[in-house]
Design a binder for this molecule. Sequence first.
Ligand SMILES: [Zn+2]
Length: 107
Amino acid sequence: MVITNKLLNGNEKYEDEELIAQRHYVVFGDQDDLTPLAESNPKQISVEGQKYSPQYFESLKQKFGVQPPKDAKWKFNWQGPGNRCWCHNRLNKNNNICSLCKKEWDY
Ligand SMILES: [Zn+2]
């Protein structure tokens, strides 16, 4: 998923050049095929028309960066079976899904 810059006001051409200078990439996750490139300006991130603050994505990175305990037999995932989601719901069955974690993971 590509997160695009939204130009909110002012001279578009000027802001465009500003944004290119400020552009940076944020990598979520560690699997290449699941890694979206996110473009953002420092104040705002837009995903499919909805706006999120960079702090929100920072909190998501922390949430999904958590590792299970070393002796755990389960892994963090948003779907079962045998996993737990990041809000610590137990997803023991095949069709257990945490829709919140799925939605946030997709970002
Ligand atoms: Zn969850």
